[in-house]
Design a protein around this ligand. Structure first.
Ligand code: FPP
Length: 265
């Protein structure tokens, strides 16, 4: 399976679909649970790792289209805390793949003004992908376009436990009155706090499963959810644009009534 750095064409279909997006209501933050790499490979009689290799091509495609649509932040669930429990050979292959893919894409990310960031336990990553990731963080640190945020060695509960620890430490040091701990105080201590938009407006899951899998547990409180049966390697630019179009057709009420929402706009 090729991971060559091929330039990606914007097809007529994609251009046509892009015109259907309302530029004033583009979701600022899109988060994706990229699932189905293994099943995609299995269906073709290939090793699971081949599915991950093909999944990297999808990462490239979707990063490009997210940037074109004006999304400010794209968070991709690339490796969960629980994924460390997969067979060691698969973990090693994924870590290697993530490292080389990031290094290979760095020049293009800079060229396209995309800034790479991550959420998760950076120190738990093996030294080699850590070094390559750091190189890309540094190289793209001045990019002002799309933020491509990789969730690596990440889980929502891990992040919430960290935030609780930070709150407790501040309280113990006398910097924070426990009585004043509110949602804002907790949210500001999550790893997503410094993203251009903390809460995803749209959460996409490929591979058909209807679950959240310990992803952005705090931040998805009011995200619109779009689940597709397609496996991640098959997910196309058209699929992404259609998810945005469906998102734009929904009424987001944030616990209020339709009438209240209508009155506000
Ligand atoms: C889920 O599919 C996918 C993953 C656990 C890894 C996703 C990682 C990539 C696509 C590579 C990311 C690379 C970069 C550069 C960000 P699965 O293996 O759980 O599939 P299954 O549900 O069919 O078994």
């Amino acid at each position: 399976m090729s991971t060559e750095n091929q330039p990606l064409r914007t097809t007529e279909t994609v251009k046509h679909l892009l015109d259907k997006i309302d530029p004033d209501r583009v979701p600022a933050h899109v988060a994706i649970i990229m699932d189905g790499n293994g099943r995609w490979a299995k269906a073709r009689g290939l090793d699971r790792s081949e599915g991950h290799v093909e999944g990297v091509n999808t990462v490239r495609r979707i990063t490009e289209i997210a940037s074109e649509t004006g999304v400010k932040c794209l968070t991709l669930y690339a490796f969960s805390t629980e994924n460390w429990n997969r067979p060691q050979a698969e973990v090693d292959a994924l870590m290697h793949l993530i490292g080389i893919a990031i290094e290979r894409e760095t020049a293009d990310l800079v060229k396209n003004n995309v800034r790479l960031r991550m959420i998760g336990d950076f120190d738990r990553m093996p030294a080699d992908p850590r070094r390559r990731l750091q190189g890309c963080f540094d190289a793209t640190s001045r990019c002002t376009g799309l933020v491509l945020n990789l969730a690596l060695s990440y889980s929502g509960r891990w992040d919430l436990a960290n935030a609780a620890r930070l709150l407790a430490a501040d309280a113990a040091a006398g910097k924070l009155d426990p009585a004043e701990i509110d949602e804002k105080a907790l949210a500001s201590r999550l790893s997503t706090a410094s993203l251009p938009a903390q809460d995803p407006d749209l959460l996409i899951r490929t591979g058909g499963d209807m679950r959240v899998s310990n992803f952005l547990l705090w931040e998805i409180a009011y995200s619109e959810i779009d689940v597709t049966d397609k496996f991640w390697p098959d997910y196309s630019k058209e699929d992404f644009i259609n998810a945005i179009i469906r998102f734009q057709s929904r009424e987001r009420r944030f616990g209020m009534t339709s009438e209240q929402i209508a009155g506000e706009s």
